[in-house]
Write a new protein. Sequence first.
Length: 359
Amino acid sequence: MEIRIEPLPDARRKAKVADPAALGFGRVFTDRMLTAHWEPSRGWHEARIEPYGPICLEPSASVFHYGQEIFEGLKAYRWADGSVALFRPAMNWARMNRSAARLALPEVPEQLFLDGIAELVRLDRDWVPAAEGTSLYVRPTLFGEEPFLGVRPAERCRFFVILSPVGAYYASGFAPVRILVEDHYVRAAPGGTGMAKAGGNYAASLVAGLKAKERGYDQVLWLDATERRWVEEVGAMNIFFVVDGRLVTPPITDSFLAGVTRDSILRLAPTLGLEAEERPVAISDLLADLRSGRVSEAFGTGTAAVVSPVGALGYKDDEVSVGDGGVGPVTRRLYDTLTGIQYGRIPDPFGWTQRVWPA
């Protein structure tokens, strides 16, 4: 599929962010965006890279009424030699199409997703920050735009990609966060859309997150929807524990997301001499193992924060420290190694990084 590149008038160029420390996360956007349209009779068409700007939709567009929308998140990194590289974009493409199938949306062609993002990042490469801990966040989105009030899959859809230079996801940076176990609300249920990266899943999580913050916590640890017994994920991230020196993470089900960073950690761990296993983790066993010292570290994994250490876990009216409450050695080693690969500081034996500039 040919992607048309529209000129960017000088008048539309935005000033670059002068202070990388002031970036925050997801508040600043680059000059351009990638868009494409889909209809059953025409397939994908009108793919173009155009100036970043508002999207015009009719009030009857299906996305507003039935939530037929999915998205992805990946990053581009500035290396020390000035080049720019994406991290495992093919995994995000594959996951987006799994999400699309679950929400009855059309699959996004590989060329449109991978080549389109690579070209968009190349064009807006000056926006990729170089300061420690910064990157360019890439947000592909797919939604139904047909102006129709009826409960069926949309017959007109739109795909777009926007870019945002970002700093640390948490204001505290790579520092332990406090987590509250949520035993009332659920994020997703078996057979639902938890395995898809759909906006509705995140909307359903917000009230629990607000409740946690009111109690002084940074995030929520989700339990399963059926028994409220089994640990699933933390906030919008996958969760890992170090149990008797071994990495443990809950197995993926259809109620939560298979993370790209999670997969990277599981593949990276054996190369560092760490045993890793996927097995169910009951909240009662987790609390007992935290108190006994069997669980010495915990951390979340996701594209936005990469690795986020957990310092304390709150459950009902009790709170338990994780280890000594600081960043554990396993967490630190995995974070340093994975980010070292992403930023090109150490060799990439897996072929995960894709340099997009210079081509």
